[in-house]
Design a protein around this ligand. Structure first.
Ligand SMILES: C[S@@+](CC[C@H](N)C(=O)[O-])C[C@H]1O[C@@H](n2cnc3c(N)ncnc32)[C@H](O)[C@@H]1O
Length: 237
């Protein structure tokens, strides 16, 4: 049987992504720490190392095939949980200026330890997205934003699009058949000063379907967004 390192290197190669032996070693360390901490705090429902390698690590780095992220760009991962997709992206692209944001502090305590063990640098922010995006240091300050498994698109857009600077791109990582969800987010995307630039479906090696929706800022962010959390949930744009 292949080790997790070999599995990741060869699965990524099938998508024309090169994972070096050193990076594979770092993913192995990530896996071990995640598994250890998952016994104390709820970080992931996935238990099998092979599943974690495919559905967390590989899934996260596949963004790199679909989106050209400029060197040294500032990227925010909103609702990062145990670090997905942000930390795998940083392992592959240490040049990125990464911000990891989550509303749950215990996940950030795990991430702090993870970054220390992996000798990586990232900014950790304990905040709900809709509150973080009201702060001047985060509002319209990022070239890239990404989120996976956080909310449905109309709500997710109000959480994430306010972080984008002019021309910035949000990568929404979604499950299969995203078209209807995207249709329901059309109004939100427009009101938030953005436009959809692409929506692509693909599959993980085990067959699970995924979609990546890319949304870009092409107009200023109106002052009234994002609204308060309760309002966003009660009446999505
Ligand atoms: C299902 S987990 C997904 C975590 C990770 N992105 C992944 O794909 O494995 C959802 C995460 O989003 C966070 N979250 C949900 N709503 C949020 C909000 N409005 N602002 C910040 N974090 C939020 C939760 O605390 C949780 O850690």
């Amino acid at each position: 049987m292949k080790s997790i390192r070999e599995q990741l290197i060869s699965a990524a190669a099938d998508y024309q992504i090169t994972v070096s032996p050193l990076q594979a070693e770092q993913f192995q360390t990530y896996l071990e720490l995640l598994t250890e901490w998952n016994q104390k705090i709820n970080l992931t429902a996935l238990k099998e190392p092979e599943e974690i390698a495919e559905k967390h690590f590989l899934d996260s780095i596949l963004i790199l095939k679909k989106l050209e992220i400029t060197r040294g760009a500032r990227l925010i991962d909103i609702g990062t949980g145990a670090g997905f997709p942000g930390v795998p992206l940083l392992l592959m692209r240490p040049d990125l200026k990464l911000t990891l944001m989550d509303g749950l502090n215990k996940r950030l305590i795990f991430l702090e330890e993870l970054l220390r063990v992996l000798s990586l640098n990232a900014e950790l922010v304990h905040a709900r997205a809709e509150e973080g995006a009201r702060k001047p240091e985060f509002r319209t300050k990022f070239e890239f934003a990404a989120a996976r498994a956080v909310a449905r698109l109309p709500v997710l857009c109000e959480y994430c699009l306010p972080f984008l600077k002019d021309g910035g791109i949000f990568a929404a990582m979604k499950g299969p058949e995203v078209e209807r969800e995207l249709e329901s987010a059309k109004r939100a995307i427009e009101l938030l000063g953005c436009e959809t630039i692409s929506s692509r479906e693909y599959a993980l090696p085990g067959g699970d379907g995924r979609s990546l929706v890319l949304i870009r800022r092409n107009a200023p962010l109106p002052r009234e967004y994002p609204r308060h959390g309760a309002k966003i949930a009660k009446s999505p744009l």
